[in-house]
Design a protein around this ligand. Sequence first.
Ligand SMILES: Cc1cc2nc3c(=O)[nH]c(=O)nc-3n(C[C@H](O)[C@H](O)[C@H](O)COP(=O)(O)OP(=O)(O)OC[C@H]3O[C@@H](n4cnc5c(N)ncnc54)[C@H](O)[C@@H]3O)c2cc1C
Length: 301
Amino acid sequence: MVDTVIIGGGTAGMTAAIYLLRAGKKALILESTALGGQITASARIENFPGLLGVSGVEYADRLAEQVYEFGGMIEPVEVNGAEKTAEGFLVRTTDGDEYEAKSLILATGAAHRHLGVAREEELAGVSYCAVCDGAFYKNKKVAVVGGGNAAVQSALSLAELCESVTLIHRREGFRAEPVLMERMKRVPNITIRTGGVVSGLLGEQKLAGLELQFGEQRETLEVDGLFVAIGQQPNNEPFKALVALDEAGYILAGEDCKTTCEGVFAAGDCRVKQIRQLATAAGDGAVSGLAAGAYLDSLED
Ligand SMILES: Cc1cc2nc3c(=O)[nH]c(=O)nc-3n(C[C@H](O)[C@H](O)[C@H](O)COP(=O)(O)OP(=O)(O)OC[C@H]3O[C@@H](n4cnc5c(N)ncnc54)[C@H](O)[C@@H]3O)c2cc1C
């Protein structure tokens, strides 16, 4: 039995491991795909303190090196369930393996919903995060897809940097808060287009424009960047019987990272929170690592 099994080897999970290991606890990370998590898809990080310009993969490698330096263990497995037992917790994987732990940290992150158009994953110039990538499009033409707060906030922040922003929404009505809508309507370089979808991406290796479909009518729009803001999907399905989730599937845990199940902590993008970024995931990693350490100490009292 290990002290803490950490599910997810992104920024939150690896930071939690570093804190636990440095406190003398045994921590095991279970990671299903790429160590480092979502950020491995980013070519350049510019807003994480002290790491200007490194790639997502380089950043992830450095984090993993730090985990190994302190004696952390990492297993490449996908977790499909976890339950409370008399001794602690039992974690199951899709390969049929089981791991026992005295405490758990859930750090499974979230995935951005994709549009589902051809070449979306291949073309440079398609982003899912205006906060992360907006600065690369200074004085350029961009489009944003979506109708919620995230899409409108993305359009507003991009409008401060970019020559023009076209907001494309498939419905006539927006889900975004009225105050944001009013603000957006006053910004001269934002054009709102409703009732249409992005049906194709133009350009060879780099995005050069969009093919848009408005009912029967098809048109093209020249843009340098496309920001997809149609929501995120948290990876919390395997834990819905263990901890409480909100309606969107995020784990109900506050700044203390404590979930509804004692001994289980949630860190990073997988929990209910306003800002999902590397810095906030790292913050949660520290808080959850220290909280799990205190919980482990309390078991010995
Ligand atoms: C393209 C892109 C660019 C970005 N750029 C920036 C940026 O420049 N600056 C910034 O601050 N933020 C950026 N972000 C956001 C940032 O990456 C996230 O906020 C951060 O990665 C969250 O960290 P996390 O550890 O909570 O989750 P994640 O990074 O999502 O890590 C979760 C990990 O858990 C694993 N996992 C999930 N389910 C299971 C399971 N059942 N079993 C085992 N493992 C599992 C996943 O494989 C993943 O590796 C970007 C995001 C994207 C997608």
